[in-house]
Design a protein around this ligand. Structure first.
Ligand code: FAD
Length: 288
């Protein structure tokens, strides 16, 4: 590993000031499960690393009915997996958090790092998007909030500026009669990243689909919402034929590449199979 300056600021202001001072190439460090691997094995040589470990205000999972869920950016995904509220009300997110790497990885890996790393296969990204999550961001220019689905602008790339830190995520309270699910396909059963991932949320209203979210991972340069599928589902009574149609529309929205995890054709096929399967599961959960 190359030499670098290491900073452990004790406040967000200090962290932002350090990011601004060091400019391009400076890196934030949270759990380190992506960053340290990239520094050791993938030729990333940041001149300076700014640790978030001692920065207050980045922890905690808080929920209330009126304002919804807030998750601090430094919360590890193991805590999200095992939280009662996420498990019951934001099931897709608990499922996404629960399949990141191994137990050891999940105890280190933060949700902020998973999103900021911007892998199209990141397992918490589609679940956050199906709950219309918004990222809270602070930087030298002040604070802003950006929907998670709009954070990414390519593989490994976000719209964050060099001096910005994600401080947390806000998820509105899902409507009553909501079911959600997140599934991924990996060539190996564990310790692999998604070749295709699907996050679904269905919120029923008088037996019809009031709100539908279909989010796909690993089949485009960023995670994507399958908007045509969502539109086709909204306002309709849930039927097998409707779900088959939505699965076709999700396939059409995907633009996978061929790589070691599977051919583009195989991945597009999986998008259809998995979308249909996840719609069935989300419906069952919404009706529980
Ligand atoms: C063995 C192994 C298995 C893995 N398996 C999976 C898997 O199955 N699914 C999956 O999705 N991922 C997987 N990963 C990747 C990784 O664990 C996750 O992406 C993790 O959530 C990253 O979080 P972190 O806290 O470790 O981030 P770090 O490595 O500390 O940071 C990652 C990036 O995000 C930036 N960053 C961190 N926090 C912030 C913040 N608050 N604001 C702005 N930028 C920030 C950093 O500068 C860096 O660029 C795996 C990694 C390993 C080593």
């Amino acid at each position: 590993m190359h030499r670098f300056e290491y900073y452990a600021p004790a406040s967000l202001d200090e962290a932002v000031a350090l990011l601004k001072e060091h400019g391009d190439g400076v890196k934030l460090l949270a759990g380190g499960t992506d960053l340290l691997v990239q520094m050791k094995e993938a030729g990333l040589h940041p001149p300076a690393v700014v640790s978030l470990h001692a920065v207050p205000g980045l922890d905690g999972i808080e929920f209330d009915e009126a304002s919804g869920l807030r998750i601090g950016a430094r919360v590890d995904v193991a805590s999200i997996e095992s939280n009662d509220v996420t498990e019951q009300r934001y099931t897709a997110l608990a499922e996404g958090a629960g399949i990141v790497g191994s137990i050891q990885t999940r105890n280190m890996a933060t949700i902020g790092g998973n999103i900021a790393n911007a892998a199209p296969s990141a397992d918490t990204a589609p679940p956050l998007a199906v709950f219309d999550a918004v990222a809270e961001i602070i930087g030298a220019g002040g604070q802003r909030e950006v929907p998670v689905i709009e954070l990414f602008d390519g593989p490994g790339s976000t719209i964050l500026t060099t001096d910005e830190v994600i401080t947390g995520f806000k998820l509105p309270t899902p409507p009553a009669n909501t079911g959600s699910v997140y599934q991924r396909h990996t060539p190996r059963k564990i310790m692999d990243i998604a070749a295709v991932s699907v996050g679904i949320r269905l919120s029923l209203d008088n037996g019809k689909i009031g709100e539908a979210r279909v989010c796909l991972g690993a089949v485009a340069p960023t995670i994507i919402r399958a908007s045509d599928a969502e539109e086709a589902l909204t306002g309709q009574a849930p039927t097998d034929a409707l779900f088959a149609k939505a699965a076709e529309l999700a396939q059409a929205a995907s633009s996978p590449i061929s790589d070691v995890r599977g051919s583009a054709e195989f991945r597009r096929h999986l998008v259809g199979v998995m979308t249909k399967r996840c719609l069935d599961i989300a419906l069952e959960r919404a009706q529980d």
